[in-house]
Design a protein around this ligand. Sequence first.
Ligand SMILES: Cc1c2[nH]c(c1CCC(=O)O)Cc1[nH]c(c(CCC(=O)O)c1C)Cc1[nH]c(c(CCC(=O)O)c1C)Cc1[nH]c(c(C)c1CCC(=O)O)C2
Length: 343
Amino acid sequence: MELRNDLLLRTIRGEKTERTPVWLMRQAGRILPEYRALRNKLSGFKELVETPELAAEVTIQPVDHLDVDAAIIFSDILVIPEAMGLPYDMVEKRGPLFRTTIATESDINKLHVAEGGDIQYTLDAIQITKKELNGRVPLIGFAGAPWTIFAYMVEGSGSKTFSRARAMLYREPELAHRLLQMITDSTINYLHAQVEAGADVLQVFDSWAGILPPNQYEEFSLFYLHQICAAIQDTPLTVFAKDVRISAKKLNELDCETIGLDWCMNPATFRQEMPGKVLQGNLDPCVLYGSPDVIMEETRRMLINFGTKRHIANLGHGVYPDISPEAVKTFISVVKEYSAELR
Ligand SMILES: Cc1c2[nH]c(c1CCC(=O)O)Cc1[nH]c(c(CCC(=O)O)c1C)Cc1[nH]c(c(CCC(=O)O)c1C)Cc1[nH]c(c(C)c1CCC(=O)O)C2
């Protein structure tokens, strides 16, 4: 299927483009009234994730209503632990909760390396979405980074400190590595299956990169990200390591096309340290609480900071659920108009 809007792919290839492509992390979700309406008719988040026709529908909503340059498949990073044998619940207003957690070797022995087919509902959702998009925009598949998934599996939920997960790195590093390797192998299988199902681009979210000191980040996260990058060869891959504390030089060694930046990272530094990479990001999500003038000014500043090549406009993290769709639309139209003017 030919893509009619291939701006994202041309940008990833480093080509000169007529404007900067734009999409938002967490664009498929609670910011859209159309999403809330559908979600309120269902038993919960998981029903939406696990029903391919509905997942496809909410994946396409931001393309219809926000006119973004890419769709991201509606799913969650926590489908991997579930496929490995550790089911989660999504608790209203609280977030993810695992019924059991991983603490000992015998807990790990009960898990298995997941195959792509273990998450068939998302693969089906990708196939349906590709068909329904009919080439309008590329489709992004995704997974969590092994370290971030490990953090949820050991902690059992979100946490301010993730001290249980971090404690395991000091007390039982070999056990931690065993689990991280199983997550990595499962993730590679799943990403390959997403590509086979039709994903055009992949993104790996290391949302909890920022809680590890640099030496531990290299040992317990980067090591596994390298394996993932090596395994994904024919599909463009973005690594988004939020708050990461290692140098841009080290991050640049990853064999991926694109690096995602959060809003505290300086585009100029990353441009200098990783001239071959495409950069994605990085507007502070809170800018979207500002007036249209503030959104315009900050978005323009961001576009100037990244320059007109090898940039995918996005926020520095997922859009917050109480942001108004109007603010998001302002951001998107400023990117489209001003990035064209800058060329
Ligand atoms: C850490 C993480 C998770 N999930 C994800 C991450 C990495 C990105 C990040 O750092 O934000 C990734 C994710 N989760 C979701 C997507 C869908 C695609 C998209 O639009 O980006 C993606 C890419 C849907 C979702 N995942 C979740 C929702 C909200 C649930 C609902 O609709 O009731 C959505 C739309 C729930 C979720 N899922 C997760 C948490 C902590 C929560 C609860 C907090 C929250 O509500 O935002 C785990």
